[in-house]
Design a protein around this ligand. Structure first.
Ligand code: NAP
Length: 321
């Protein structure tokens, strides 16, 4: 019987499904050595939120497939997996809409100061009708700049254009004609997007090219009233530069779901800034979507081990061998 290592706890029905196809060994990823040992004689692996390094796969000669319960695959060295002939599967699509909801909640919460003012009410501070000191900025009718308009960026563009009457600008290496046609999205250079957008929203994958894509110079070229939204990966933004820009009033505020170090360290200056909405990486974190992702990742893994997986493949080159 095949052996699968799971380094994230799985919903009961998903675990039962995997157990119909293989022996499943569940490992707490905090026990690094136990995870490495389990991978050494496994055929497949499934999990999320743990860096899987080449060193961890040394000697894992039976390993044929890994399945991440996420769309992003920056926790893996894809070139190394390909060299080893290990197929990597991920879960696009099933999380697109819930993640776009998270992005939009960050846009609204940052612009209208929802978290700050809700805390203010709960602290008993609301003693008379509010004035300009508590006003926010409009979302509807404004310009949204999406850096990386793919699946999630497209779902954000749809909400922005059709729901909030926003103008949508975007950057991508290739054009997205569907978003241009359906949401009036306009592809521009990053410099134009940064100079024109009221909300700059990052939705690129984290790669060597997108690491610190937004740094001090980029923040400096944004409007002073602009808000930065990041629900991609923390390292697409230079966090120290962002902290500086928020302190200096270079930009108006930020809505962040992801950070360079997660969980966000208790001494991070971001925690004390009223113009920052910080979430604990909840992009896809609804009961429905997390279940669908686990199910999808389990099905991807079983099919990969059977040699029948056709979609959701990160390194298709492995199949061509
Ligand atoms: P996607 O469909 O692949 O979209 C990514 C977009 O970024 C594409 O339009 C791509 O267009 C563009 N892009 C890629 N590399 C680029 C580069 N070097 N420079 C500029 N643009 C680039 O992926 P998705 O499903 O929307 O997911 C996007 C990312 O969101 C994931 O990789 C993940 O890191 C993140 N995410 C976060 C959460 C969360 O919990 N916060 C949840 C889900 C996903 P071109 O190829 O034409 O450049």
């Amino acid at each position: 019987m095949k052996k699968i290592v799971a380094w994230k706890s799985l919903p009961e029905d998903v675990l039962a499904y995997l157990q119909q196809h293989a022996q499943v060994v569940q490992v707490d990823p905090a026990r690094h050595d136990a995870l490495v040992a389990a991978l050494r004689d496994a055929d497949g692996g499934i999990g999320a939120s743990v860096r899987i390094t080449p060193a961890m796969l040394e000697g894992a000669s039976r390993l044929k497939a890994l399945s991440t319960i996420s769309v992003g695959f920056d926790q893996f060295d894809v070139a190394d997996l390909t060299r080893r002939g290990i197929l990597l599967a991920h879960t696009p699509d099933v999380l697109t809409e819930s993640t776009a909801d998270t992005v939009f909640s960050l846009i609204l919460a940052s612009a209208r100061r929802v978290v700050e003012l809700a805390n203010w009410v709960k602290a008993g501070q609301w003693r008379q009708s509010i004035g300009p000191a508590h006003f926010g900025v409009d979302v509807q009718g404004k310009t949204l700049g999406i850096v990386g308009l793919g699946r999630i960026g497209g779902a954000v563009a749809r909400r922005a254009a059709l729901g909030f009457g926003m103008k949508v600008l975007y950057t991508n290496r290739s054009a997205n004609p569907q978003a241009e046609q359906a949401y009036g999205a306009r592809r521009v250079e990053l410099a134009e997007l940064l100079a024109s957008a009221d909300f700059v929203c990052l939705q690129v994958p984290l790669t060597p090219e997108t690491k610190h894509l937004i740094g001090a110079a980029e923040l400096g070229s944004m409007k002073r009233r602009a808000i930065l939204i990041n629900a991609s990966r923390g390292a697409t933004v230079d966090e120290n530069a962002l902290i500086e820009a928020l302190r200096n009033g270079t930009i108006h505020g930020a809505g962040l779901d992801v950070f360079e170090t997660e969980p966000l360290p208790a001494d991070s200056p971001l925690l004390t800034m009223p113009n920052v909405v910080a979430l604990p990486h909840i992009g896809s974190a609804t009961h429905e979507t997390r279940h669908a992702m686990a199910r999808n990742a389990a099905e991807n893994l079983v099919a990969a081990l059977d040699g029948t997986l056709v979609a959701n493949i990160v390194n298709r080159e492995v199949l061509r061998r």
